[in-house]
Design a binder for this molecule. Structure first.
Ligand SMILES: Nc1ncnc2c1ncn2[C@@H]1O[C@H](COP(=O)(O)OP(=O)(O)OP(=O)(O)O)[C@@H](O)[C@H]1O
Ligand SMILES: [Mg+2]
Length: 611
């Protein structure tokens, strides 16, 4: 299944416990940070639950007795309630205010602690994902758009924040409140308590409607956001092509379409939220009406006091309020769970090439490489034809093997198999007699240097890039390597020499310069096996000579596979492989192949004429 299809398929699936389990794994180390907020929460709930009871005490203990005392025949006419009643009422009012102040203070402390734990867990998750993506195999990156990966690691993870911070806290608050408040109500009158509890499923039901309609909307929303990010990334990376082909308007139109989609999902989400809250509010109103109607029956019968009814009306708020808040938070919850599915889906993505159980580090190698009847294709579908078929050849340590052939013949595919970027389906590829499947990929990569068709420089200085594979070497050693290779003259000519900032993707450095920097980087890494996919881009004659010399210096004493476009590289190679349509059609030295008078002779003829 293609990644895109997976995207569509899981957009229809229900959120699962599995998703939650994956995310909670990152919260576990910080659970201890959650203990203080939870203790505070317990106090807070108890203190708020005490509020309505204080009101009951004021009404039943002071206001009503005060009023009654006025109605006795001995009371002075037109007077106010007696002093003892006033004192009681004032004390209770003071307690209620203190109670509220306490609640507000603990809320601040609580938010801080929960944020601290949540943000740490999120950062751990980000780090884990970053590492995970770097371990994934090449086929993942072949298929997946850069922007979509970025959207998941960046925006979707960001969107998990409510799920790891205030939503669980709120959930605990609700459960706590329900227990405490139900207890208080039971003390007043069990029938009333039953009445209030009986209505709560109705309030919940109103919230469930939102789940039914809301979740699919949020999934579509997250997908659209991911497409938007991918779209921006693609247009920024390919801006040269965009401008050269005058695609600005069309691309803007495409982006605008995505924005339209985004807007309509957002509006739909707001609509669901908009109808959920009022419908829950309506259920709340009905329940309150029922309590007041019951009061009309219970008070005259002496089942409840007036103060208890007043407190009960406040308690309804404490029972249904959190339930309604959950509906409000549902917006965040749905959005977060849509994001968490996307994140978990990326987390569950396994590298397609993994080290075999018991794989060992490859020992120091001499650099003999043997392809024995190797066949390969990029997917495992039996119906698709082989990209490479029955490739067999042998490179002795220190050999330079040149691969030549028409575009799309499979040259890059062959050299990509050596570091095991892809897995061969048939045949054996061995290095120093060891099957590459039996050793760890890491140890394999440590013995290889790779300079690709598209040279990639990372953000930082030229020096940082030179030391990329071996950060431990000194600057002096790096400069010595550049001198030995002959790239120092070019590097020293850059604005700040070795300290020149190459900017992201190395856009500030010319092609020829970039190639030389990459050669030097490979020389410093000092690998036993070198893989070069020569760039075809033309450079000026001086630079060309410099590159040539650097190349030969770099190849000295290493087994080198070079996808060659340069005449001199091909000509002096120990072995030339002519690749055509996924097969090796001719192989031998330059002279041997010329005497064959086949494809190579023809190609060479063209080379010569081209020069
Ligand atoms: N990542 C990939 N996924 C699927 N198919 C691929 C992938 N890379 C290359 N191919 C296909 O495999 C075939 C061989 O491609 P390859 O890149 O090896 O050719 P090449 O000889 O290096 O060509 P060029 O000289 O243009 O670089 C081509 O048909 C290509 O479309
Ligand atoms: Mg290629």
């Amino acid at each position: 299944m293609k990644y895109d299809d997976i995207d569509e398929a899981f957009a229809r699936a229900r959120p699962s416990l599995n998703t939650l389990r994956h995310i909670l794994r990152f919260v576990r180390p910080y659970l201890r940070y959650l203990i203080p907020p939870l203790i505070i929460e317990a106090f807070w709930v108890l203190s708020t639950a005490f509020g309505p009871h204080l009101l009951k005490m004021a009404i039943d203990g002071f206001i009503l007795p005060g009023v009654h005392s006025l109605q006795s025949p001995s009371a002075p006419s037109g007077g106010t309630v007696p002093g003892w009643a006033w004192t009681g009422i004032a004390c209770i009012a003071g307690l209620m205010t203190l109670n509220l102040a306490f609640g507000s203070a603990v809320a601040v402390i609580q938010r801080l602690s929960i944020q601290r734990a949540g943000q740490r867990a999120l950062n751990d998750l980000r780090c884990w994902l970053f590492g995970h993506i770097q371990r994934l195999s090449m086929d993942f990156f072949d298929r997946e758009k850069q922007g979509r990966i970025i959207a998941r690691v960046d925006r979707d993870v960001e969107n998990l924040e409510p799920l790891l911070t205030f939503i669980p806290l709120f959930f605990v608050h609700t459960v706590f409140s329900l227990v405490v408040v139900t207890g208080m109500l039971m003390l007043y009158d069990w029938r009333l308590c039953g009445l209030i509890i009986a209505f709560s499923p109705l309030v919940f039901a109103a919230g469930l409607v939102s789940e039914k309609f809301g979740l699919p909307i949020y999934r579509r929303l997250r997908r659209t956001i991911s497409r938007m990010t991918a779209n921006i990334a693609e247009n920024v990376t390919g801006v040269h092509v965009v401008q050269a082909y005058g695609r600005e308007e069309i691309n803007l139109g495409r982006y605008d379409e995505l924005l339209d989609e985004y807007r309509s999902h957002r509006v739909a989400a707001a609509f669901v939220r908009g109808i959920t809250f009022p419908s829950m509010l309506m259920m709340f109103g009905v329940a309150r009406g029922a309590v007041i109607a019951y009061a009309g029956y219970a008070i005259p019968k002496g089942l409840m006091s007036v103060g208890e009814v007043a407190a009960a009306v406040m308690y309804i708020g404490m029972v249904y309020g959190p339930i309604m808040m959950i509906a409000h938070l549902y917006d965040h919850l749905l959005s977060s769970s849509a994001s968490s599915e996307r994140v978990v889906q990326l987390m569950e993505r396994k590298p397609s090439i993994v080290d075999a159980p018991g794989a060992h580090s490859i020992p120091s190698i001499t650099g003999q490489v043997v392809f024995d009847q190797v066949s390969f294709k990029y997917d495992d579908d039996p119906a698709t034809p082989w990209i490479l078929e029955d490739i067999s050849f042998r490179a002795e340590p220190g050999d330079v093997v040149a691969l030549v052939g028409p575009t799309g013949a499979g040259k890059t595919s062959i050299v990509n198999l050596i570091p095991r970027f892809y897995q061969v389906q048939r045949g054996v590829l061995s290095i120093d007699g060891i099957d590459v499947r039996d050793v760890t990929q890491k140890s394999l990569h440590q013995q290889m240097g790779i300079v690709l068709q598209e040279n990639f420089l990372f953000t930082g200085t030229v020096m940082d890039n030179l030391k990329y594979g071996r950060p431990e070497v000194t600057d002096e050693a790096a400069i010595r390597a550049a001198r030995a290779l002959g790239s120092s003259t070019i590097i020293e000519k850059l604005a700040d020499g070795y300290q020149t900032d190459v900017r992201e993707r190395g856009g500030a450095i010319s092609h020829g310069e970039r190639q030389l920097i990459c050669f030097t980087r490979a020389l410093i890494a000092n690998p036993r096996i070198l893989i070069l996919d020569e760039a075809t881009s033309a450079v000026d004659t001086d630079t060309e000579i410099l590159i040539q010399k650097a190349l030969w210096k770099l190849m000295e004493g290493r087994t080198t596979f070079v996808v060659a476009h340069r005449l001199s590289t091909v000509r002096h190679a120990d072995q030339i492989l002519v690749v055509e349509d996924g097969r090796i059609t001719e192989s031998g030295t330059h002279d041997e192949l010329l005497s064959l008078n086949g494809s190579y002779a023809e190609m060479f003829d063209e080379f010569v004429r081209g020069v």
